[in-house]
Design a protein around this ligand. Structure first.
Ligand SMILES: [Zn+2]
Length: 111
């Protein structure tokens, strides 16, 4: 399952950002082109988050369409990069890490 390394990086980034505080929720953007399966991301996030401050955190996922750098066209692309832009045919590359980006995290502020 190719989502595993991407989610491992994600959990590492979340734990680092939390700075030792418990994580309540994480907003993650799947930037297309990306073929990651949301169910797999959720499963691995739960598994890899165990015994970390991210354990039990709510994972909110949303997909963001791909944007062609050459012509600016945006389009849905649920496949691994590079994909051809449907308007101009130029290759569109993903941002790496399976297209997973941490947008924000909510932590529990303990007194
Ligand atoms: Zn294009």
């Amino acid at each position: 399952m190719h989502e595993l390394p991407a989610v491992r990086s994600l959990v590492t980034a979340v734990v680092r950002a939390a700075g030792g505080r418990r994580v309540r929720a994480v907003d993650v953007v799947i930037r297309e082109p990306s073929d990651v399966a949301e169910e797999a991301v959720r499963l691995y996030f739960e598994l890899l988050g165990r015994q970390t401050p991210a354990e039990g955190a709510t994972l909110r996922l949303r997909r963001e369409p791909a944007t062609c750098d050459a012509c600016g066209h945006t389009f849905g692309a649920r496949e691994a990069p590079p994909v051809a832009c449907p308007r101009c045919g130029r290759p569109v590359y993903g941002g790496g890490a399976g297209g997973l980006w941490v947008e924000s995290i909510e932590v529990v502020e303990e007194p």
